[in-house]
Design a protein around this ligand. Structure first.
Ligand code: MG
Ligand code: MG
Length: 256
């Protein structure tokens, strides 16, 4: 079966449900973002996320995902941790850190998936540039979600935006289709060649997620079997939105 045939195009009614899942996911992330300050633990951030999820009768697809089963509803990744950090009551944020929070929400059978990186207290100008470049790459990627473009146009735009700022994109972890499953086809890498890949069609829903590293693109996984860190210990950042292609252009599903 060709890859294109495995892609489930969402109807307008399904997109409305995905928009609701995405809106709740945005509320979860906002509640976490509002708490970020020196002294809070990453476990406390997870607990706050679970309060909002419960209030809406939702669960996160992260909890129990994979092997070993992921133990929390959000991932919290600090500094050199790129993605998949496990919340812990032993991990206290301190001024100068940057923290990346990723959350999923399942609402009426559909998944919203988004992430942000933020400063804890005061950060250096260089670190702020990393956050701005990563968020900017996501914005550029969203703009490419137009009928007639191809997935390679998204990938190339992210890579070009990041590398032109002297930063690096992961070669291992990718954006992905999102819908009834957290991870659907197609994969959308953070690097690629414009004009290649699958054509974008109305009803396609993709989680775009630039993952950016200061030193090199190389990563490794810690012994907890989840936390992905930069191989050289340099800082990293991650922003993500779930986005639909519509006749009228991109529709960000995971905005507030
Ligand atoms: Mg995510
Ligand atoms: Mg994702």
């Amino acid at each position: 079966m060709s890859q294109a045939r495995q892609i489930h195009l969402k109807s307008p009614a399904e997109l409305e449900q995905m928009r609701e899942a995405g809106r709740i996911n945005a509320m979860v992330l906002k509640s976490v973002k509002d708490l970020i300050q020196p002294g809070i633990t990453t476990a406390e951030l997870n607990a706050a996320a679970e309060v909002v999820l419960e209030k809406h009768g939702c669960i996160s697809p992260f909890k129990g995902y994979g092997q070993p089963p992921f133990p929390a509803s959000i991932t919290v990744s600090v500094n050199q941790e790129l993605v998949h950090g496990i919340p812990s009551e032993k991990r206290k944020l301190k001024s100068g850190d940057i923290v990346s929070v990723d959350c999923g929400t399942i609402y009426k059978g559909f998944v919203g998936d988004s992430a942000f990186s933020a400063a804890v207290g005061n950060i250096s100008e260089e670190t702020q540039k990393l956050l701005d470049a990563t968020e900017g790459a996501l914005k550029i990627a969203v703009e490419k979600m137009q009928p007639g473009n191809r997935t390679g146009d998204i990938s190339a735009a992210i890579q070009q935006y990041v590398e032109s700022r002297g930063l690096h994109v992961t070669r291992v972890y990718t954006g992905h289709g999102v819908g009834k499953q957290m991870h659907e086809e197609p994969q959308v890498p953070n690097y690629g060649v414009a004009g290649q890949g699958l054509p974008l069609r109305p009803g396609m829903t993709i989680a775009l997620e630039p993952m950016v590293l200061v030193g090199t693109s190389a990563t490794r996984v810690l012994s907890d079997q989840w936390t992905v860190v930069s191989a050289d210990g340099s800082l990293t950042a991650h922003f993500e939105h779930s986005v639909a292609v519509t006749e009228n252009g991109p529709l960000v599903l995971t905005d507030l």
